[in-house]
Design a protein. Structure first.
Length: 385
């Protein structure tokens, strides 16, 4: 019989008695697994494949610090929160996870504090929390989503004049690429390890050029991508890779997490020599046109609705960044970080905030203090160079 990692904890909220259990993934009872699927299916906000139970299980197979908190009300499971870390906790898979939050029904009414108070978590930091609990979401961001309930062709016809102008410009780039390099062609659901390795090389080079921390350099992040990709097209959750060629030259690759219905464009990179031809956007349009065949009813481009995303978003998703302070030193320190960040936004060009966000990325990827120090040093020196 599966046993919780931590003991049952009772709390009364609004006259209702709540109980919390904390499990490791290998000890997760069948009843919790079934509740996870039921709650996700009942809540349209949890459409993203990041909320699929197999995503948490994939991360847990590579990280030892993944925990799953389960909240019960009157003996019924009403919420599940997968997270990683102990005192300073983060969403499972951070910073790789583009959306995160509670697995709960649409009428869930308790807070993050209610489910985490029974755990060893002192503060829970998040960057893209999908939630209706306004007191827990001080900063909100919008993500770009495309939905094709009636197919891609109907979706295109419904776009506005700015999209048509954008498409006209893109067609010119396609013609130019065809004339100067070779006709574009796509390999959908590619299983080429050479293409996968090229994608990673391009992405790492992009991180280096921009001065961003290389999240793919951690011990577990690249194995996570590979494990999801190797599951194959029949898996309930998998990574699918689509590749664009100009003639016989590889131009762009888009890999996305999918549960078969929603495709979340995740790791995208292109051959920098072909930048003027907008290969990434060309590839996206090919994926859109093939969405019926691929089974995609929704394509999610993640947070941000600026740049090219503004032309494609038929819907937006709201997500939040911030932290939930629970108790103890971690909660106090998180509040100090927050105060320093607010001061920095006002007087120091957000320097403390940028430093905190960089450290959050590093500490989520690196388990040891020496690893974190090395990664922070490399990131800072790369930014200066």
């Amino acid at each position: 019989m599966a046993k919780p990692l931590e003991n049952i904890w009772d709390k009364t909220v609004g006259g209702n008695t709540l109980q919390t259990y904390v499990y490791k993934s290998q000890d997760l009872p069948d009843a919790v697994r079934a509740a996870w699927s039921r709650l996700r299916a009942s809540n349209p906000k949890l459409y993203s494949p990041y909320f699929h139970i197999d995503y948490t299980l994939a991360v847990a197979s590579l990280r030892k610090d993944v925990n799953i908190a389960v909240l019960e009300e009157a003996g019924e499971i009403v919420a599940i929160l997968p997270y990683q870390g102990e005192s300073f906790a983060r969403p499972v898979g951070a910073p790789m996870t583009d959306y995160h939050g509670l697995i709960c029904g649409p009428d869930y009414r308790y807070s993050l504090q209610d489910i985490l108070s029974a755990t060893s978590v002192g503060a829970y930091h998040f960057s893209a929390l999908v939630s209706d609990i306004e007191q827990d979401v001080p900063k909100t961001h919008l993500g770009a989503v495309m939905s094709f309930p009636e197919g891609a062709e109907v979706w295109r016809e419904a776009r506005d004049s700015s999209f048509r102008k954008h498409q006209k410009s893109l067609r010119r780039r396609i013609r130019k690429a065809t004339e100067e390099i070779g006709a574009p062609h796509i390999i959908f659901r590619s299983q080429s390890i050479e293409e996968f390795d090229t994608l990673i090389d391009w992405k790492v080079a992009q991180y280096a050029a921009s001065g961003y921390y290389n999240v793919l350099g951690a011990e577990w992040t690249l194995p996570l991508l590979k494990s999801l990709w190797k599951k194959g097209i029949d898996a309930p959750l998998r990574l699918e890779m689509h590749s664009l060629y100009f003639g016989n030259q590889l131009a762009a690759i888009d890999t996305g997490l999918t549960d078969g219905t929603t495709y979340h464009s995740w790791i995208v990179a292109y051959n920098n020599a072909f930048r003027s031809y907008s290969p990434g956007t060309q590839l996206l349009n090919q994926i859109i046109d093939a969405s019926d065949t691929l089974g995609y009813k929704t394509i999610d481009l993640g947070l941000g609705i600026d740049d090219f995303k503004q032309y494609y978003a038929s819907e937006t998703v709201k997500a939040a960044s911030g932290f939930a302070s629970i108790s103890g030193p971690a909660a106090k320190l998180s509040k100090l970080y927050d105060a320093a960040e607010k001061l920095g936004q006002k007087h120091l060009s957000d320097a403390p905030g940028r430093l905190r966000r960089r450290y959050n990325q590093v500490s989520a990827c690196e388990d040891t203090l020496s690893g974190r120090a090395k990664a922070m040093f490399s990131a800072v020196t790369a930014k200066k160079s």
